[in-house]
Design a protein around this ligand. Sequence first.
Ligand code: ASP
Length: 323
Amino acid sequence: MKLFIAAACLATLAGLTGAAAQSYPSRPITIIVPFAAGGPSDAIARILGERMRAALGQPLLVENVVGAGGSTAVGRAARAAPDGYTISFGHLGTHVFNGAIYPLQYDLLADLDPLILLPSNPMVVVSKTAIPATDLKGLIEWAKANSDKVTAGTAGVGAASHIGGLYFEQRTGAKLRFIPYRGGGPALQDLMAGQIDIMFDQAANSIPQIQAGKIKAFAVTAKQRLKAMPDIPTVDEAGLPGLYIAVWHGLWAPKGTPKDVTAKLSAAILEALADPEVREKFAALGQDIPEPAQQTAAALRAHHEAEIKLWWPMIKAAGIKIE
Ligand code: ASP
């Protein structure tokens, strides 16, 4: 009898889960963005979220959870109920670098289910307009001559903007004074205002301000120039060969989110990535959209694992760590 009741309860539960998945989403979905509003992560998540709303019939609300290089936000997402109503937006910094730097209370691979690999953008070495240098070699000379005085804005310890700066230090011998912000958005505001000297900034954040003449650009951390701003030389051309950083993005769901729910989310993301308007917005921000064959959960998992293998030893060897 007891067994029968247990089986009946399980069947009811399974039915409920199935029914819940069928009506999913029946309320707004929260995208946890690990940096401040107005920055590159926020911009990309909002472009996607807006278009996903059309596909899913429910709003996607961006929640900016800042702090600790984005690790607070990812922890919150990893611990959220796996019901499809909370998803984790992140990038190379939050989902790779942080694992080598912070003593995380969650496992970046085991506690999150990958949804889709999202666009990627390189970084741009930028400065306030008052810096006298006109090219990267000049900037390096100037940074070395002012060693320990040059301020570099970052989106937080361990953020891509920080790691980019550390590699610059390693390659040039110039010492920088890193100033952490709640995200690339507020750091860029201070760069434009002349409060800080330089930034290793995601192209998505800097492009509009470079175009407006509000900051100076010296090099792109990629093998190829940006399609959106072909005048900026690559690091190979400008004097720091091989300093490549591609800040790729992704969306994850808390581990154990039902497959029929993640399938609906993934379909909505794919629809967004195929939309010409969305593609145009990404292109204007220097974002390269992965090829259709790469727009999968498996591709995100494979790239995530490969990037952890590539970067963790380099970061650990550079001695970057938060206790
Ligand atoms: N993605 C960060 C932001 O949106 C910037 C960074 O990682 O450097 O602020």
